[in-house]
Design a protein around this ligand. Structure first.
Ligand SMILES: Cc1ncc(COP(=O)(O)O)c(C=O)c1O
Length: 459
């Protein structure tokens, strides 16, 4: 099997497994599909003066991928201080970054203020904390020289914010990734928005710019985006009576094709759904439309190569145990998500494979000490053998970004492929990486037994 013009078995040989392989051209093309789909939006819809596509860094925060998207002109949606730093390190300008999230720390609020990104507030509590921080940054305390004191970005006298709304939209996706249900932890219920705006408008150093929502992820039916946009635009229009609302963010959520049954909507379908919502909206002044796609930019751009470590045939099932588990790809265990799994040698002839291609049903399991460490069930595959490379498809979104070191398994390496060329973009972690930040209190260092080398492992 080839991916990005490269033989994946050669990659597994050279870099080892598990290995994430990302095709640069697919990332670029997915982003460009959004640009094309929304390029005419502002010409067709007079109430939209601009469209920003802010890639959701949480889907895949590899710096090389952020860099590719920065080159394409993307903005970023970030949800932590480190995602913000990663986006800026990759070259995404701060005026194209939105800082979302429902539990920002004081340090994160401070960083947002200092970098001048647009902050999306999730609660009144957060607004109050931000207001205090902004005052602290602008007004140096008397016992410190003012030159040491960080200040608000000079071009801005106030912190620009949006408020996340919970529009109460039920979407057909996994309940764990439906984020705008009535009882969701995110955002402020539509009924409380006016009161929230009134309270925030009294905070001198905060400038209310707009509203934000994100209704969920892996959404295949674009009509719910239209429903959400219609609700958001009704709220925006009412708010515009009193406030300078020039920003409406509809979040991300466009789904991708994981299985044969999935019909993948395109950014064009999304654009059409949103245009329909804007056409019936009665905005009092034009707004910037912001989108935060994650999965649909990177989801199909990466594959995971994993090696079969054992094949076990029991009366109940055939198990193929591989070297990647939910430590690398948690989606099947967490959401029951389906990922296609193919043997890397599937394109070879039987003679090359030295096997008769009889098919068997397998449960593909990872190496972790958890019964839930299952990557795929009821998979009909050619008879597998130890050492064989399996390819898990469409792992670019919420794959490595949700990975862990559970069972002390170092995270895997990642390579970028492009037109037949390969570059390493993430080194495989080592034992040293796993223990780097651990500390043994000196009182525990007393020799236990005669083992002079046992503390000496580094990798
Ligand atoms: C606030 C916000 N924006 C954007 C996204 C990206 O969603 P998706 O990857 O489904 O496009 C998410 C994902 O959870 C999110 O929480």
């Amino acid at each position: 099997m080839y991916f990005g013009g490269v033989d994946v078995e050669e990659l597994a040989d050279k870099y080892g497994t598990p290995l994430i392989v990302t095709d640069e051209n697919i990332v670029r093309e997915n982003y460009r599909a959004y640009v094309r789909a929304f390029s005419e939006f502002k010409d067709e819809i007079s109430s939209v003066y601009d469209v920003d596509i802010c890639y959701a860094v949480k889907a895949n925060g590899s710096i090389a991928i952020l860099r590719i998207l920065a080159q394409e002109g993307a903005g970023a949606d970030v949800v932590s201080g480190c995602e913000l730093k990663a986006a800026m390190l990759a070259g995404i300008p701060s005026d194209k970054i939105i800082f979302n999230g429902n539990a920002k720390t004081d340090d994160e609020l401070r960083l947002a203020v200092e970098t001048g990104v647009l902050l999306c507030l999730d609660s009144l509590d957060e607004a109050e904390a931000l207001s205090e921080i902004a005052h602290g940054l602008q007004l140096p305390s008397s016992d410190q020289p003012s030159s040491d004191q960080p200040s608000l970005p000079v071009e801005r006298e106030r912190v620009h914010v949006a408020v996340r709304v919970n529009p109460d939209i039920s979407v057909k996706t996994h309940p764990k990734i439906a984020t705008a249900l009535k009882n969701s932890k995110f955002g402020i219920p539509a009924a409380d928005i006016f009161n929230t705006f009134r309270r925030i408008s009294l905070m001198k150093l905060i400038k209310l710019r707009g509203i934000h929502c994100h209704i969920g992820s892996q959404i295949l039916d674009v009509s719910v985006f239209q429903e959400a946009a219609e609700k958001m635009l009704r709220i925006a229009s009412s708010l515009q009576r009193e406030y300078d609302i020039d920003f409406v963010d509809i979040g991300g959520g466009l789904g991708i094709k994981y299985s044969e049954d999935d019909v993948q909507p395109t950014p064009h379908d999304l654009a059409d759904a949103l245009k329909a919502a804007f056409r019936v909206a009665k905005l009092r002044r034009p707004v910037k439309l912001v989108l935060e796609p994650g999965r649909s930019i990177v989801g199909n751009a990466s594959i995971l190569l994993t090696k079969v470590q054992s094949v076990k045939r029991t009366a109940e099932r055939n198990f193929a145990a591989v070297d990647a588990g939910f430590n690398i790809l948690i989606r099947p265990a967490m959401y029951g998500a389906y990922h296609e799994i193919i043997p890397a040698s599937c394109m070879r002839t039987d003679a090359e494979n030295n096997r008769t291609d009889e098919f068997e049903e397998y449960t593909i399991v990872g190496p972790l000490c958890e019964s839930g460490d299952v990557l795929g069930e009821h998979r009909k595959l050619p008879r597998l053998k130890r050492g064989e490379i399996l390819v898990i498809m469409n792992v670019g979104a919420y794959g490595l970004s949700m990975s862990s070191q559970y069972n002390m398994r170092p995270r895997c390496a990642e390579v970028l492929v492009c037109n037949g060329k390969t570059e390493l973009i993430r080194e495989r972690e080592t034992f040293g990486d796993l223990i780097r930040h651990q500390i043994i209190p000196p009182r525990l260092l007393k020799k236990l037994h005669d083992c002079s080398t046992c503390m000496g492992f580094n990798d």
